[in-house]
Design a protein around this ligand. Structure first.
Ligand SMILES: [Zn+2]
Length: 438
């Protein structure tokens, strides 16, 4: 059996950069409003905010409508026509969206473009042209997998040539790295739907997908049985990858030689993002994030493949709580390893290894991602992490498990997580050690 540790987490050392480019752009045109000459004779000087050339919500709505019409029709010519024919990146846009539109016919996904008015850069009081760079946002939602829209940002250039001219799209660049490439960008793909999963695959892997779908479904079913359902979610999206793209989807993850990965997709407000602001898409009771699982070919032959699928499924479902950053690795991997087969199976299979390694696990788990994954005994690190949740379940049921997981997933950093929980990691580990008799 290959190591449990190779499964990888949805978390890595990359900084989350959605929208950052938009926030860093400097003001390049425009200025304040000008006074209204008609108003001066009648009293106070009234500033007319719409004087000169100004990009209005009507302008952005008109541009978004053109993009959305092309999307709805799956018409790549119509999409390309929205962009300036002089754009040097037009061929890239055509290539990407030809493939996407084709794949979207087989994936149960809905999409929507958002164009916004960024603050401060979209007015020329003198009445000349306005040109600026900003975020063009593409939002999508896979039926049953995503409680809210998943957003990807493209760096784009816009122009309004004069007061009465429409807003033009001069250039569409690469997507933000967390979505480059998405699974539907890398091949002609198809999807098998099961009660708890979508199994996505390149069309040339159809036979493999068909023969493994029942076991992927079993893993997904297990993940849903063990985890609370994020609202609006009853399926997990699994992609069958191949060596060239193993671990490289959605910007890539840091664990190199794993057999499977979970990729993290946060829910960011698409309309705000289109204006250049990265704010969490909040909705009462709605999940804060979703994800995708990538299953490598090597994982398919594992004797514990159903557990691998369940493990990744738990990672994806746990993203419902993830609104912060710096969740301790043990809290992430422990939860997935606890959930993949259950505490009973964990302790009967690995109880001996857990007890003999637990005192070594504790100081490593209190350090960072690298200390957790590197330095050997990764199998024990995963198993000991899971034992913390086994202890919690034994003491307080699944509610106690989720209370701890949510505190660490939902907080900005591990100290804040411990504070939210009202219990330190050290204390949790010590109590688990006592419970284990280690
Ligand atoms: Zn994992």
């Amino acid at each position: 059996m290959t190591t449990l540790g190779g499964r990888g987490a949805g978390f890595d050392r990359r900084t989350f950069l959605v929208g950052a480019a938009g926030l860093l752009a400097s003001a390049c045109s425009g200025g304040g409003g000008s006074s209204d000459p008609a108003a001066t004779s009648k009293g106070p000087n009234i500033v007319r905010p719409d004087a000169g050339t100004v990009v209005t919500p009507d302008d952005t709505a008109a541009l978004a409508q053109q993009l959305n019409a092309a999307l709805e029709a799956r018409d790549v010519d119509a999409l390309v026509k929205v962009i300036d024919p002089e754009d040097f990146a037009l061929a890239d846009v055509r290539k990407r969206w030809t493939r996407r539109f084709d794949n979207f016919q087989r994936v149960p996904v809905t999409g929507e473009w958002y164009v916004g008015v960024p603050a401060g850069r979209t007015r020329n009081a003198a009445g000349g042209k306005v040109e600026y760079s900003g975020n063009l946002v593409f939002a999508h939602q896979i039926d049953g997998c995503d409680g809210q829209q998943v957003v990807e940002t493209y760096r784009a250039d816009f122009r309004k040539a004069s007061e009465d001219a429409p807003l033009e799209l001069l250039h569409v660049g690469e997507p933000e790295e967390s979505y480059d490439p998405s699974f539907w960008d890398v091949a002609e793909i198809d999807v098998i739907e099961t009660p708890h999963a979508y199994v996505a695959f390149r069309t040339k892997d159809a036979k493999t997908a068909k023969s493994h779908a029942a076991r992927i479904e079993a893993g997904a079913k297990r993940a849903f049985a063990v985890m609370p359902d994020p609202r609006g979610v009853d399926k997990i999206f699994y992609a069958l990858t191949w060596p060239q793209i193993d671990g490289r989807l959605y910007g890539g993850v840091a664990v190199g030689d794993a057999d499977a990965h979970a990729y993290y997709h946060p829910f960011v407000d698409p309309a705000e993002l289109a204006k250049g602001q990265k704010t969490a898409a909040s909705g009462k009771g709605l999940p804060k994030a979703t994800g995708r699982a990538g299953l490598h070919q090597a994982s398919l032959s594992r004797a514990d493949f159903v557990e691998v699928a369940a493990h990744e499924g738990v990672h994806v479902l746990a993203n419902q709580w993830y609104g912060g950053s710096g969740t301790p690795t043990w809290a992430v991997e422990g939860l997935a390893t606890w959930g993949e087969a259950g505490a009973g199976a964990l302790m009967s299979r690995d109880g001996g290894r857990i007890r003999s390694y637990f005192r070594s696990f504790e100081p490593r788990a209190l350090k960072d991602y690298a200390e957790f994954h590197d330095g050997g005994r990764e199998y024990e690190m995963y198993a000991c992490s899971a034992a913390v949740y086994a202890y919690l379940e034994d003491q307080g049921g699944k509610d106690a498990v989720f209370e701890v997981a949510e505190a660490f997933y939902g907080s900005e950093g591990r100290e804040a997580g411990a504070k939210a929980l009202g219990r330190s990691e050290k204390d949790l580990f010590a109590a688990t050690r006592t419970w284990l008799g280690a």
